[in-house]
Design a protein around this ligand. Structure first.
Ligand code: SF4
Length: 284
């Protein structure tokens, strides 16, 4: 058997927007006695629990925040109504919307002002996609993939924006399906660079590995997508949240393990996974 190897994906773990949101959240808990977060800050249970210990609590929406307290808008962003309600209710908003997400919101708002029907390529239940729709003032619809175009009524002037974590091939497919049906199409490729770089780097490592470990929250859209694309290379892929979930049997006959992590995965979680794999490999 060849020497056992672990390959870390260099572009993995916290992205710029998540690091910034966490920094703002930590500063907010130092500056305010009570901070409400409008939904879980990131899709990582361990990080959310740590913030709760510092005095942050998660609420479903702005109506659950008391007057005179502070609330944090997470990296996914929020619709304009949330900002208006915060003002009306005397709630101080700390805005951790990722600047790349804000760019999508602004593009959607501009297209809507120019009277395009806005299509948001994204996940219908995802708060980022829903907030983008809200910024388009109700002139937007969410489409999860090109096949849905057969079921909806579309206008002749369409503008497309994407939830930042979408895949380029899905955007290309949507654009190709729209082109023959309408007379005017505008497209803003708003896929975040951090996402595509992480995906490409993970594919490269998955292609060299016998086993790919994807670390990140089960509810994290970008982590789930990383797991999907690693699996699509044909390499066995396991998605885990913590090192404790590693089954020693996974390493049977394995020479190269690749490790990657979603944009909301803290470096400690990935370090713990690497350590656990090293320990198990040493016992073989
Ligand atoms: S993945 Fe991109 S858009 Fe999303 S929070 Fe990170 S940097 Fe921002």
């Amino acid at each position: 058997m060849n020497p056992f190897r672990i390959i870390d994906v260099d572009e993995a773990g916290f992205c710029f927007g998540v690091r910034r949101a966490l920094q703002l959240a930590r500063e907010a808990t130092e500056a305010h006695r009570e901070v409400a977060c409008l939904g879980p800050l990131i899709h990582n249970r361990q990080v959310v629990e740590n913030l709760e210990e510092r005095g942050m609590h998660v609420v479903d929406d702005i109506t659950a925040v008391s007057t005179g307290t502070a609330a944090l808008v997470r990296a996914h962003g929020a619709g304009p109504r949330v900002y208006e309600m915060a003002e009306e209710r005397g709630v101080e908003l700390i805005d951790a919307t990722c600047p790349f997400v804000r760019r999508v919101q602004q593009a959607a708002a501009r297209f809507a002002e120019d009277r395009y029907q806005v299509i948001v390529l994204g996940e219908r239940e995802h708060p980022e996609a829903q907030a983008i729709v809200a910024h388009a003032g109700g002139r937007a619809i969410i489409v999860e993939d090109a096949s849905e175009l057969d079921e909806i009524e579309i206008s002749d002037r369409i503008a497309v924006v994407c939830q930042t974590t979408q895949r380029m091939d899905k955007l290309q497919e949507l654009v190709s399906s729209l082109l023959p049906r309408i007379s005017e199409l505008r497209v803003a490729n708003t896929i975040c660079d951090a996402t595509s770089k992480r995906q490409k780097a993970s594919i490269q490592v998955a292609e060299q590995a016998d086993l790919m470990i994807v670390v990140g929250g089960y509810h994290s859209a970008n982590t789930n997508r990383l797991a999907q694309i690693c699996r699509a290379t044909g390499t066995r892929t396991e998605h885990i949240e913590t090192a404790e979930e590693i089954d020693p049997a996974w390493l049977g006959g394995v020479e190269v393990v690749g490790i990657t992590a979603g944009a909301s995965t803290p470096p400690e979680a990935t370090d713990a996974v690497r350590l656990r794999i090293e320990e198990l490999a040493a016992r073989r």
